[in-house]
Design a protein around this ligand. Structure first.
Ligand code: NAD
Length: 243
């Protein structure tokens, strides 16, 4: 019998992509739920719950998965750092893949960013720029947040170093700050650039998504992988064997 998935946030942009891609990858959509639907009842019709809804729904989704002993794939973004830490601990009771971005290309960008941030020292000013469609609700994107985390880890900095945009007489750039800029407009699926700028040269790593099917296929691949794993929280680097 093919793997049965439950799509939470089924009427959204990603939900519709997931419903379209699942059969092509040999998976069955056992249930598709959105605001107001009965998630616990729907969970009985699936082996894996895939959540691309709202950050406000993540806690309840994890509670259903742990109560029903279902594997989880979480793609929803927009959680605060404190909220995410708490939710990660709860999600670890079942096999769970949690990723701010399910594309293979972006996961390679994560690895390249780590390498660049370690080779190019603090003399290379690091800035992250992202652009998404006008309907996106959170900023910066989950992917930008992960890129920033990687740079902070490599440079042994804390979140205090982040500069979310600049305005007014902010003074000269300090060597330890890491800038982040969120552009919004039109139908842009998702673009991220990590820039390392020194005096005399600049390195830019850019990823551009043109079709959100890439995220859906990655999340479904994660669903196929996670059902074979012991409880714990994994990311897309684990699924792709990039660690
Ligand atoms: P969207 O607004 O088009 O869709 C969200 C859907 O979730 C809507 O149909 C909405 O009614 C539903 N929803 C809201 N609250 C709910 C709840 N409590 N229970 C059930 N359903 C609920 O948004 P989208 O563009 O599809 O993105 C959804 C989420 O996925 C966002 O957080 C976005 O940032 C994230 N995302 C992640 C990736 C990734 O690769 N990880 C890629 C794209 C989008």
């Amino acid at each position: 019998m093919s793997l049965r998935v439950l799509i939470n946030g089924a009427r959204g942009r990603m939900g519709l992509e997931l419903i379209g891609s699942a059969p092509k990858m040999g998976l069955t959509v056992g249930a598709a739920v959105d605001v107001g639907d009965d998630l616990p009842a729907a969970a009985d019709r699936a082996d894996v719950i895939i959540d691309f809804s709202s950050h406000a729904a993540t806690r309840a989704t994890i509670a259903v998965a742990t109560a029903k002993k279902k594997a989880l794939v979480i793609g929803t973004t927009g959680h605060s750092a404190a909220e995410k830490a708490e939710l990660l601990a709860l999600a670890a009771k079942v096999p769970c893949v949690w990723a701010g971005n399910f594309s293979v290309g972006v996961n390679l960008l994560f690895a390249l960013t780590r390498r660049a941030a370690s080779v190019l020292g603090s003399d290379y000013d690091a800035e992250v720029i992202e652009m998404h469609h006008r309907f996106k609700k959170d900023a910066p994107s989950g992917t930008a947040a992960r890129l920033l985390e990687i740079i902070l880890e490599e440079r042994k900095l804390t979140a205090e170093a982040l500069r979310h945009g600049r305005e007014g007489i902010v003074g000269e750039r300090t060597p330890t700050e890491v800038g982040v800029h969120a552009l919004r407009g039109g139908d842009v699926v998702g673009e991220h650039t990590v820039m390392f700028a020194a005096l005399g040269e600049r390195v830019e790593l850019t990823h551009k998504a043109t079709d959100r099917g890439i995220f859906a296929r990655g999340a479904l691949r994660a669903a196929q992988w996670v059902v074979t794993q012991p409880p714990g929280v994994y990311d897309m680097q684990d699924v792709l064997g990039l660690k």
